[in-house]
Design a binder for this molecule. Structure first.
Ligand code: PMP
Length: 332
C-alpha cells in the first residue's frame, strides 16, 4: 500500500454518524458544543498486519472504555458497540489499510452554547490512517528522554480521570509543550500528591529487582488498555507485578522504566530530567515482555489471540446489509 506523506497518509474514507463519506467531505458546525468546551470522548486504537490480514487490537476493551467515558459525562452514544466495531472494520477495509491507527470520537454537536442544556446531538466519527508508533524514530530499547512537567495531573476528585475525554487533554498539551521546548521527547506528570501519575499519553512502568511495578486509578491515571495487556503478559511470563502508588524515589532507583500506550506501544524511558534510569542497554524482562507483545500483535502467538479482531470481509458485508435493513424498517 502506498502511504501518502500527508498527516493522515492519504486515507480517503471516514465514517460519520453511520455513513462512510470522503474524508474531505466531512464537516462540522463551528457552534458545536465540543469545539467550545472540549465535550467529547474518544479512543485511539491500533490495527496490525498479521498473516491472516489486518487485525484490530483489543477492540472490545476500547469500545467498553469509550462507553464508560461517555457515561461519565452523561453522553448517550447513538450506536451500539457492535455497530461501531463493524464500522471500524469496514473503514479499515475500505481504505485498504493494514497497520494503522483508528480514532473514534463522540462529541456534543450543535444546539446551544449553554453549559447545561443537555440538548446537543451526539456526533460520532471514526477515522483510520497509517500512523507509526509515536517514538518510532528511537529504537525501542534505546528509549526516550522525559521531563517532569511542572503542571500536575488533574486529580481524580476534580474530573473522572479514568474517562478519556477531549477537554482533559489540555493538560497533556501543556506538559508536552513544556517538555519539547526543553528538548525532551515526552512529559511525565506527577499526581496532586507528588507521586508519579503517567506520561502525557502513556502509562508508566518500572522494573526493580526483577519485579514489575505500575500504579492505578488512585494516582489519577487513565487505565490504559496497553497497560492492562502488559500486566497480563508479564504475569503470563510469571513475572511478579505489583500495582501501587509510585514515588519519585521508586523512579530514580529503578533498574528500568518504560511507557505504554496505543500510540507509543512500549517504549523505554532512559532518562528523566537529565538523570539516567538504570543502566544502559535493554533489561531482559522488558525484552521478554516486548517480544511477547510483538508476537501477539503480529498474530504469531496463540495466547491472547482473542485480543485480535480480524477484518473479516464477509461479516462486514453481512452486518452492513443487516444494519441497512434495520435502518430501512425503522425509517432510520
Ligand atoms: N494515559 C493517557 C493520558 C493517555 O492518553 C493514554 C493513551 N490513550 C494512555 C495513558 C495509554 O492508554 P492506552 O494504552 O489505552 O492507549
Amino acid at each position: 500500500m502506498k502511504i501518502n506523506s500527508t498527516p493522515f497518509g492519504g486515507a480517503k474514507w471516514l465514517w460519520l454518524n453511520g455513513h462512510t463519506i470522503q474524508w474531505d467531505a466531512a464537516t462540522t458546525n463551528v457552534s458545536d458544543h465540543a469545539l467550545h468546551y472540549g465535550t467529547g470522548v474518544f479512543e485511539g486504537i491500533r490495527c496490525y498486519d498479521t498473516p491472516e490480514g489486518p487485525a484490530v487490537l483489543r477492540l472490545d476493551a476500547h469500545l467498553n472504555r469509550l462507553f464508560a467515558s461517555a457515561e461519565a459525562y452523561d453522553m448517550r452514544i447513538p450506536f451500539s458497540k457492535e455497530n461501531l466495531a463493524t464500522a471500524v472494520c469496514g473503514l479499515i477495509h475500505q481504505n485498504y489499510l493494514e497497520n494503522c491507527y483508528i480514532r473514534i470520537l463522540c462529541w456534543f454537536g450543535t444546539h446551544d452554547l449553554g453549559i447545561t442544556s443537555g440538548k446537543w446531538p451526539v456526533q460520532t466519527a471514526i477515522l483510520a490512517w497509517p500512523w507509526r508508533a509515536l517514538f518510532a524514530d528511537q529504537p525501542a530499547a534505546t528509549g526516550i528522554r522525559v521531563a517532569i512537567a511542572p503542571w500536575r495531573k488533574i486529580h481524580w476528585s476534580m474530573l473522572p480521570t479514568t474517562a478519556k475525554a477531549s477537554g482533559q487533554y489540555l493538560s497533556s498539551l501543556l506538559c508536552t509543550q513544556y517538555a519539547k521546548r526543553r528538548g525532551y521527547d515526552e512529559a511525565l506528570l506527577l499526581d496532586a500528591t507528588g507521586n508519579l501519575a503517567e506520561g502525557a499519553a502513556e502509562n508508566i512502568f518500572l522494573i526493580k529487582d526483577n519485579k514489575v511495578l505500575t500504579n492505578d486509578e488512585n494516582s489519577s491515571i487513565l487505565l490504559g488498555i496497553t497497560r492492562d495487556s502488559i500486566i497480563d503478559i508479564a504475569r503470563n511470563l510469571e513475572i511478579e507485578v505489583t500495582v501501587r502508588a509510585l514515588t519519585m524515589e521508586d523512579l530514580f532507583t529503578a533498574d528500568y522504566a518504560f511507557f505504554t500506550g496505543t500510540a507509543a506501544e512500549m517504549v523505554r524511558v532512559r532518562e528523566v530530567d537529565g538523570r539516567q534510569i538504570g543502566t544502559s542497554g535493554e533489561h531482559p524482562l522488558a525484552q521478554n515482555i516486548r517480544s511477547y507483545f510483538q508476537d501477539i500483535t503480529a498474530g504469531r502467538s496463540h495466547r491472547f489471540s482473542d485480543w485480535l479482531t480480524h477484518i473479516d470481509e464477509e461479516s462486514i458485508l453481512v452486518t452492513a446489509a443487516r444494519n441497512q435493513h434495520v435502518a430501512m424498517r425503522t425509517g432510520g
